[in-house]
Structures are given as structure tokens and as C-alpha cells.
Write a protein that binds this ligand. Sequence first.
Ligand SMILES: CC1=C(CCC(=O)O)c2cc3nc(cc4[nH]c(cc5[nH]c(cc1n2)c(C)c5CCC(=O)O)c(CCC(=O)O)c4C)C(CCC(=O)O)=C3C
Ligand SMILES: [Fe+2]
Length: 326
Amino acid sequence: MVDAYLVVSYGGPNRPEEVVPFLRNATKGRGIPDERLEQVGEHYYMFGGKSPINELNAALVEDLRDELVRRGDHTPVALGNRNWEPYGNDVIKELYENGARNILAIATSAYSSYSSCRQYREDLARWLGEVDLPDLTIRKVKQFWNTDGFYRASVTAVRESLEAAPGSRLIFVTHSIPNAMNDSSGLEFGMTYEQQHLDLARRIADELGVEDWDMAYCSRSGSPHTPWLEPDICDHLEDLKTDGITGVVVAPIGFISDHMEVLYDLDTEAKAKAEELGLAFERAATVGTDPDFISQIADLLQNPGRTSYCEENCCALSRSATLPAL
Ligand SMILES: CC1=C(CCC(=O)O)c2cc3nc(cc4[nH]c(cc5[nH]c(cc1n2)c(C)c5CCC(=O)O)c(CCC(=O)O)c4C)C(CCC(=O)O)=C3C
Ligand SMILES: [Fe+2]
């Protein structure tokens, strides 16, 4: 019997003094060049040193709790992060102290890849080891990119923007990842991270009667010599301008809410690029707390048939990596 739900997320700084410590946590052992860290730090300082992610996650948890209570489900719902407070290990310990023994977790990212799925499983396994409570178990819900509720909420958001800016070119956007990370992703769905996005994008475009659309990427980091998924959204805007396009709707289906990548990479950087090129720019909402999405998350948590049993190599960065038992 599941006796607690845990939303696992990335975390972000709440004030300027937290930016550097947060970035150190986020990049520990991942070889991100200092130059990139300074750049990313600036993105946070530009918004007062505060990431929107914590408040957005709080709103998600609140609506999720309300929806579950409406269904008569009073299971506690908590939020635990990888890179900032409240840290996942502290949260599961607190859940345990309040009586939880079987936690069901869901990550705040819809698609498969090391960064968006498996790394959260590794976090959960590490937290379990750290709290060292032998009678505590945790399982994690499957990635939900292909669920009806996520699809319907995405359609609603994209439809609204297309209506506000008719005739615009539709561009779906997600977080870029290294090609190698993409290639090893999504075994349990038989589709990579990239294919999952293309599949959902095609369904949304079909539903809305849009024939011409593109997939573009934002927020790449790492060494410039390492290939990541392309085109970058800003490069793509230049190409579209050359092709005679006059306006764009940018739909960030890779993100469930308006966190820093959306606020900076799209609403600031890509928007400025569009202005420079003379392209009209409209950004579609993320699913956020759309009722279809919240209801879908509640369904996933209440139906244990949908929990994840990833294959051994699923979303692994190396073939020899073993999936931590949960
Ligand atoms: C696929 C994906 C998602 C979507 C799924 C999900 O939502 O989980 C995501 C989300 C997020 N990524 C975030 C922030 C960062 N990601 C970084 C770095 C990286 N992300 C990667 C991928 C992803 N990331 C990768 C392959 C790297 C490089 C290697 C590494 O370091 O693993 C870095 C380091 C600096 C830099 O390289 O940019 C930071 C600061 C925040 C918080 C935002 C806020 O504060 O509002 C969120 C939600
Ligand atoms: Fe990231």
C-alpha cells in the first residue's frame, strides 16, 4: 500500500546568495565549464537571484493535493529536490517519521533521458541509502509524455497561442541534451527523448490542423565539441526568417512549467532574437496547473499499474551502469 506521494524535482535558488551554492550542487562532477556557470548565474541574477521553480512546484503540489482530496485520497503529498531545499533525503526521512513506509514518486519531467528520468531514480536510490531505513521502499512513476492529460493540456496551451497569433509558424521547444544521452534514452517506450517529443508534437499539430511545424532546442551546455540535439531555437529563428516566415509561436512542450529555461532562454533570449529579426513572437503556456494535467498526475499516482520498471540499460549513460534497485 502506497502511503505517501513524493514529487521529485530539480530545485532552484530563492535568493541571490543561493545562486552559486545551487549551481555547485547542480553541476557537481558533471564537467560544466566555469564560463557556462557564470553565464547561468547571470540568468538567475537577472531575475533577482530567484528561480520560479520552487513556487511553481508548490502550486503543482497544492493543486494535486486538492484533486486527490476531491477523490477521497488523503495520502500525504510532499516535494523533494535534487539540487536545493527541501532536499529529497530530508523529505523522505520526514515522511518516514510521519509513518510512511511505501513512497510513490513522480518526477517533474515528462520525457525519458538520463537527466530527466534515470538521474531521478539514482537520486531516490541514493536518498534511500542515506536515510538508511530498512523498512522504507520507494518506487517511481513512469515518464508521462504520452499520457492523455499531458497531451490535452498541451493542446489547450498551443491552441490559445495560435489563436492569439494566427498564421504564425509553430515551433515546439525542449531542453537540448547530448546526442549520446538521447541515443540511450527511452528504451522502455521504444522511443528516444527526441522521438517522444516529435511524437507528441505531431499529435498536437494534427489536432490543431497545423501542417508546417518544427522542433527546436534550448539551454545547451557542455563542451562546444560535444554534439547536442539541434537546431538551437535562436539559430532556427534566423533560418525561418531567411525562409520568409514573419511570426512564430514557441511551444515549450519539454517543460512542465515556466522555470528558468523558459523565462531566460525563451522569453528573454529567443524573444530578443525574434525582435532583432523582425519576427512576431508568441510563447505558448506550459501545462503548469492545467486541470487536465493535474488530474493526469493524480491518475498516475493512484494507479500502481503505471509504475516504472525501467530495463537495465534504460536512459543509462554507459552500458555497464546498473539500475539502482528501488
Ligand atoms: C532534459 C533536461 C531537463 C528537463 C527535465 C526536467 O525538468 O528535469 C532539465 C531541467 C532543468 N535544468 C535546470 C537547471 C540546470 N540544468 C543544467 C544542466 C543540464 N540540464 C540538462 C538537461 C535537462 N535539464 C543537461 C543534459 C545538462 C548538462 C549536464 C548536467 O549538468 O546534468 C544546469 C547546469 C548549468 C548548465 O549547463 O546550464 C542547470 C543550472 C532546471 C532548474 C531551472 C530553474 O531554476 O528554474 C531544470 C528544471
Ligand atoms: Fe537542465
